[in-house]
Design a protein around this ligand. Structure first.
Ligand SMILES: [Fe+2]
Length: 293
């Protein structure tokens, strides 16, 4: 029997009693989707999944993205991206610095992300403490917490998002091995605009849809005013009151939705503290044209 145990925090719940190596029944799928709306971030502990089973579970929630950064895909399964700092024969087996700053996946894409599915295979620990947490902020709370006057001012406005902003920010980090995006990669991901407030498809409530990683500009405002307001929004949306930290355990399958949350991969482990996570991304096209322009 499936059991949803809320974290008691602003986001997060553990879903116990499911073996995700088996196909989800309709009833369990509905229960998981509803828990995802209620809690944003779900943990399914103690899973043992093959790469194909990870893809099959993820694909229940919508069409899967094949990422433009294609160097670290699972052999034969391009829907899976490998996130790791491990080496094999001196070569990295995965992307080592994925997501190490506040962002939401695929806001830079015409079809935005609905959900992320991450499977934790190797999790670093030091002196009994788990390293490499994934932190989240609630964008339902961020919207609700905006002053009414600002909600009115920003209603109907749009934000420009650019994949290259986050990529370049990561390249400037010490020790980054990311090459600049090629012309072809940049052409494949030109900047796109989305409404600054979205109505969340699972909750029917408004969320703030902007993030420090990809958001460049509020299109309808003069540049200076846009810069000032975005700086305010980035500070506002990442305030401690809206945060939740997930501490990984090996065998955790994490499912979170990307429309009502932003996240940050905490980079507090060294190159010899091994981490291996496999990831699928579910696109929001399943919810129609508002999310897939
Ligand atoms: Fe991410």
């Amino acid at each position: 029997m499936l059991e949803v145990i809320p974290s008691g925090k602003i986001l997060g719940a553990t879903v116990a009693g499911l073996n995700l190596a088996q196909p989800l029944s309709e009833a369990n799928f509905t229960a998981v989707q509803s828990a995802l709306g209620a809690h944003g971030v779900l943990r399914f502990p103690k899973q043992q999944l093959t790469a194909q089973q990870l893809v099959d579970f993820s694909a229940r929630f919508g069409k899967l993205e094949i990422n433009v950064a294609n160097s670290y895909q699972e052999p034969g399964l391009p829907e899976i991206m490998i996130l790791s700092n491990m080496l094999e024969n001196g070569k990295p087996i995965g992307m080592s610095d994925a997501g190490q700053s506040w962002h939401t996946d695929m806001s830079y894409s015409r079809t935005i992300a609905f959900a992320n599915v991450l499977y934790g295979i190797k999790i670093p620990r030091r002196n009994g403490k788990t390293l490499g947490n994934t932190e989240f902020c609630s964008m339902h709370a961020a919207y609700d917490g905006l002053p009414d006057e600002l909600k009115r001012q920003l209603e109907g406005k749009t934000v420009l998002h650019d994949f290259n902003k986050f990529w370049e920010m990561m390249r400037r980090e010490k020790g980054s091995t990311r090459p600049p995006l090629t012309e072809a990669q940049r052409k494949a991901k030109p900047p796109v605009s989305h409404p600054i407030f979205l109505t969340h498809p699972l909750t029917g409530r408004k969320v703030l849809y902007a993030n420090p990683g990809y958001s460049m500009r509020i299109n309808e405002l003069p540049e200076k005013e846009s810069d000032d307001l975005l700086a305010f929004l980035f500070e506002h949306q990442t305030q401690p009151a809206y945060r939740y930290a997930h501490e990984w355990h090996e065998g955790d399958l994490m499912l979170w939705e990307d429309i009502g949350t932003i996240h940050n991969a905490v980079a507090d482990y060294g190159p010899h503290e091994h981490r291996l996570i496999k990831r699928c991304q579910v696109m929001a096209s399943v919810f129609g044209d508002d999310f897939a322009q």
